[in-house]
Design a protein around this ligand. Structure first.
Ligand SMILES: Cc1ncc(C[n+]2csc(CCOP(=O)(O)OP(=O)(O)O)c2C)c(N)n1
Ligand SMILES: [Mg+2]
Length: 695
């Protein structure tokens, strides 16, 4: 075995031991050792049938072609455990590969490996790395590189890959060039464990991307590489023959179960720890678990001692006791985490929940359906000044929401603004009005009756006033949506979110899709909404949705859907090109095609008519049906709302297009705002909470 192959085999084995279950790669020659090792370690579509039909000989004791699936693990024909499953995904375009990994990691909350070759390939992963950094998504990025002696020489496909992603990664490491000498196995295995741990957020860090740059010297394929040949110019030297007998070529090569190897003059055993254990354990109970898990239970028992005693281990920040009798509002931004405790707290305290679609908290009795309209109505906002705001996740979807948080500042109304940290060292405070950053909250209990009893006695005028206004806005908006003839974007968002079955996943694209959902989606349980709100790009969204759908379904989740604008769809057109051997999700991609960027018609730019259409509107006239056909995907047009259930009921990866008009959409949204404001203005108010002098 050559050193590059040994490295790839051991590193892939160790990553799986750590817990990696999904790996994405884009093709290249320099990355061959990693690609071949992941392939051998993976469950490919063909291996699912338990048959070896590869065109390449297996070079280790990998499950491919030899094992059968039993539960979540592979066993050999003798019933011996071979190791846990790994799923491999191959994409042509590294940008799509990166975002596929991002979607997989986001939905599974586990680190996902993404591998590419040297050169510009590595640069194409940068956008996904940035989104992963901002959103706290665990990625292990492995970029193959030329060895040091070839760098800076004008050698083919050689660029400076050191710290390529700058500050966007939790950890960068330049691995040493693999060598056949003692100590390497421990080095490689410990390196893989460190990458896993730092991506997962072990040791009190925020989960995110890590980058290991891997210089590899030829030979790059088992036994047959020829040093000195230019690579990336074709097939590896030896594509190999199928191993029909299903036997390993060399029984002494490293095994999944960790058998020592000693042939080929390799100086030490390459196997891992016994029993499939990782080289280094970090005690990560639940990798990348969102920090809201650390939120305290609200007043389960009478409190004693200082609030600092409530500090949760996950973020390092202290916990906080709050007075539930104050007028509070809970604002949930993207990725607020498992929100049960926050929602329970809201119910006990009688606080409204203003939850973005991808917060995970838009459900339960206190979540509002039309809150963006309330926050856009100055009279309502003036009459509903909270005494405290609790924000969680990463708010920032709408200007009115940001204005609401900004008004909490010292120059405003002296509102206490408590930010629940997203993780260690991470909290979102875009308005810079946070008065406290905490790991969790609980409510100060009144003596005797308990919180629930006290809350029931007190009544809920504050909450009810928000709810009345919300119902009024919802009613007015629904009336307009129901009366408008053709299918519109806001109506599609409302009806889609309501129509999806329990257990479904909905990927919401940046731009108007996620904002339409924010304005129109009725709170509901049973629907998982995900979005890329870290950097809010319109890039990589087809692939991210595919990755999220694959992970959602691998985890037992139900059908998956994506709501995308046309520019977002076109931006990641390569994401549609899923090869025949690749895992495919059940995912219905609904594209709202308004022939350009509809969001710009909502912004100030729309008032500059000359250049507007070309430089902001960006019409393209693309035929999305042809594009779907080019990718070999089923495609249908949605022209009538009545057809929606039938179209959504399909299976597999498929495209639905709904054509709309940007100008008409802008006019409709203006009408909705106007009608909502009028309805909110007439909503009966208790006056209980009125700020003196606010009218
Ligand atoms: C990678 C990236 N490039 C540019 C932008 C700026 N941007 C925000 S929304 C938008 C238009 C999106 O158009 P589309 O996906 O069709 O959605 P629509 O606005 O029509 O709802 C653009 C270009 C961005 N967010 N991300
Ligand atoms: Mg558009």
């Amino acid at each position: 075995m050559n050193p590059s192959t040994a490295f790839g085999t051991v590193f892939a084995d160790e990553l799986v031991r750590c817990g990696v279950r999904e790996a994405v790669l884009a093709p290249g020659s320099r990355s061959a050792p990693l690609a071949l090792a992941l392939f051998d370690r993976a469950l490919s579509g063909r291996a699912l049938s338990g048959r070896a039909s590869s065109g390449r000989a297996s070079f280790g004791r990998a499950p491919f072609g030899r094992g059968i699936q039993e539960g979540s693990a592979w066993v050999d024909p003798g019933g011996h455990a071979l190791g846990p499953l790994l799923r491999l995904h191959v994409r042509i375009d590294e940008r799509s590969a990166g975002f596929l990994a991002l979607g997989l990691a986001k939905a599974s909350r586990r680190p996902v490996v993404v591998v590419c070759t040297s050169g510009t390939a590595a640069a194409h992963l940068h956008a996904a790395v940035i989104e992963a950094d901002e959103a706290g998504v665990p990625l292990i990025v492995l970029t193959a590189d030329r060895p040091p002696e070839l760098r800076g020489t004008g050698a083919n496909q050689t660029i400076d890959q050191l710290k390529l992603y700058g500050g966007a990664v939790r950890w960068f490491c330049e691995a040493g060039v693999p060598e056949a000498r003692a100590g390497m196995a421990g080095y490689w295995r410990s390196l893989a464990c460190k990458a896993w741990a730092l991506a997962s957020g072990a040791g009190g860090a925020f989960p995110g991307p890590v980058h290991v740059n891997v210089p590899l010297r030829e030979p790059l394929v088992p036994q047959h590489g020829i040093a000195g040949e230019p690579d990336d110019d074709g097939e590896p030297d030896d594509a190999g023959e199928p191993d029909d007998a299903g036997e390993p070529d060399d029984a002494d090569e490293p095994g999944i179960a960790g058998e020592p190897i000693g042939a080929d003059g390799w100086p030490e055993p390459l196997g891992g720890r016994p029993g499939g254990a990782p080289w280094t354990n970090f005690g990560i109970a639940s990798p990348a678990e969102p920090p809201m898990a650390s939120l305290m239970r609200p007043a389960a028992a009478a409190l004693a001692g200082p609030a600092a005693a409530l500090a949760g281990p996950a973020t390092g920040f202290a916990g906080l006791e709050l007075d539930w009798t104050q007028r509070g509002v809970i604002v949930c931004g993207d990725g607020a985490g498992p929100a049960e405790q926050l929602l329970e707290l809201a119910e006990l305290a009688g606080w409204p929940v203003l939850a973005e679609p991808s917060s995970g908290a838009r459900r339960g009795p206190n979540a509002l359906s039309a809150y963006p309209y309330l926050l856009e109505t100055p009279g309502f906002v003036a009459a509903h000044r909270p005494e405290l705001i609790v924000s969680a996740g990463r708010p920032g979807l709408s200007r009115s929401q940001l204005a609401f948080l900004t008004a909490a500042g010292p120059a405003g109304h002296q509102v206490r603004h408590i930010v629940v940290a997203q993780g260690p060292g991470r909290w979102a405070d875009p308005a810079r009005t946070a008065t406290d950053v905490v790991s969790g909250i609980r409510l100060r209990e009144l003596t005797g009756t308990g919180l629930a009893g006290a809350a029931a006695r007190r009544g809920r005028p504050w909450l009810e006033s928000w709810q009345r206004a919300d119902a009024a806005a919802r009613g007015a908006v629904d009336a307009v949506l129901d009366q408008t003839g053709p299918l519109t974007e806001p109506r599609l968002a409302r009806d889609l979110a309501a129509a999806l079955p329990d257990g479904a996943l909905l990927w919401a694209a940046s731009s108007l899709p996620v904002r339409d959902l924010d304005q129109q989606m009725a709170p509901r349980a049973g629907l998982r909404v995900l979005a890329s709100r870290g950097a809010s790009g319109i890039d990589g969204l087809v692939s991210s949705a595919i990755g999220a759908a694959l992970a959602h379904q691998a985890g037992g989740g139900g059908a998956a859907f994506a709501l995308l604008g046309d520019l977002a769809f076109l931006h990641d057109a390569p994401g549609l090109m899923v090869g025949p051997a690749e895992p495919r999700p059940d995912l219905c991609v609904v594209v709202v095609n308004n022939d350009g960027g509809g969001i710009f018609s909502e912004l100030e730019q729309a008032a500059i008519p000359g250049p507007f259409e070309r430089v902001f509107g960006t019409p393209h006239g693309a035929d999305l049906g042809q594009l779907a056909r080019a990718a070999g995907l089923p495609y249908a047009r949605l022209d009538h709302l009545a057809d929606l259930p039938a179209l959504l009921a399909g299976s597999g990866l498929r495209i639905i297009e709904m054509r709309t008009d940007r100008a008409a959409g802008a006019a409709l949204r203006a009408l909705l705002r106007q009608q909502a404001a009028a309805a909110i203005g007439t909503a009966p108010s208790s006056g209980w909470f009125r700020v003196p002098g606010s009218g």
